[in-house]
Design a protein around this ligand. Structure first.
Ligand code: CUA
Length: 345
């Protein structure tokens, strides 16, 4: 408690609170400008345009409310100073009562009701796709990565390919706790809830790579639970999908062949699937076409040979808390396995 002679010196504390607040606001706005950070203000679908429009309506209503309220506070402070303490104007008080009822009840209630009704209208519009989805995929949320399953048997992780312009139904089961599927440039967010059949739909209007993020706190690596929606022209998408459903490539080099033998003889197969081989584990991501992905560790870092080697050697260094333990492979075995994994395109 700050009492006694020092009690009057509260300015520095206030300044530092204001300073910290400014810092948070500035860093948040700067982070929103970062190249890879998605924003609902850069919509890439009709659904996201609706969300953006609603955002601006709420923003401007709030901005006007802030300006009016701050203006009234400043006016009251200025007028209060010019009056002496024993001077009371009764008529002004009566007008004040009416003002409180009108501004505090009717105007506020009107604003809340309007934004509520606008939100309901958009929620209704966003609940069903413009046409029946021809593709239905399943995205299973895990601590802390995304399993993506296609109807033709293709299974991948953390990268969701979709055809441009076609509505896609995304079913949202969870393997463990509550997560939330959010691609700000394409759709609203929706939770993966264990035991519930949630789903949403999305359409990407243009080819591109849209970042998604788990939007429900789910434990230590919640922030590193990233995925990408890759929207491709229909033909490219079909080719990608057919390839993803195919079995893993046969290793072509001596080192990669050695790597496959080490992999299939190791504990890796207890958790990972490699379609076309004896590996059918289902705790970790399907690795059949691992090398075709852009990142590892659910958006944690770009997929390069060096990053992959580090990650397999000890995932707990890169992503503390993940299920995968440090490797038991020797240095030579590890290098061979990484050679094998890097050619699984
Ligand atoms: Cu999954 Cu947060």
């Amino acid at each position: 408690m700050n009492v006694g002679p020092g009690a009057g010196k509260r300015q520095p504390a206030l300044t530092s609170v204001a300073g910290r607040f400014t810092l948070v606001v500035v860093s948040l706005s700067l982070s929103a400008c970062a190249e890879d950070a998605p924003s609902i203000l850069q919509p890439a679908s009709d659904a996201a345009v609706r969300i953006e429009r609603l955002w601006w309506v709420v923003f401007w209503i709030s901005a006007v409310a802030v300006v009016v309220v701050v203006g009234l506070i400043v006016a009251a402070a200025i007028r209060g100073r010019s009056r002496s303490d024993d001077e009371v104007d009764r008529s002004r008080v009566r007008w004040g009562d009416r003002f409180i009822v009108v501004a505090g009840l009717w105007v506020t209630g009107g604003i809340l009701a309007t934004t509520f009704l606008l939100s309901l209208r958009e929620m209704n519009a966003l609940s069903s796709p413009p046409e029946e989805p021809r593709l239905s995929i399943e995205v299973v949320a895990h601590n802390w990565w995304w399993e993506v399953r296609y109807p033709n048997g293709a299974v991948t992780a953390n990268e969701i390919h979709v055809p441009v312009g076609d509505p896609v139904e995304v079913r949202l089961p969870s393997a463990d706790v509550i997560h939330s599927f959010w691609v700000p440039q394409l759709q609203v967010k929706k939770d993966h809830i264990p035991g519930m059949d949630n789903s949403l739909w999305l359409v990407a209007d243009a080819p591109g790579r849209y970042r998604g993020q788990c939007a429900e706190y789910c434990g230590l690596q919640h922030a590193n639970m990233v995925f990408y929606v890759v929207a491709q022209p229909r033909d490219d998408f079909s080719a990608w999908l057919a390839h993803e459903a195919s079995p893993a490539n046969e290793p072509t080099t001596l080192a990669a062949r050695r790597g496959r033998d080490v992999f299939l003889g190791s504990s890796c197969i207890g958790c990972h699937t490699m379609r076309g081989t004896g590996a059918v584990g289902d705790l970790g991501p399907d690795l059949t076409h691992l090398a075709a992905r852009e990142t590892i560790g659910a958006g944690l870092m770009p997929l390069t040979r060096e990053n992959l080697r580090d990650f397999v050697a000890n995932p707990q260094d890169d992503k503390p808390g993940v299920t995968m333990p440090p490797t038991e492979l020797s240095e030579e075995e590890l290098e061979a396995v990484v050679d094998y994994l890097m050619q699984l395109e």
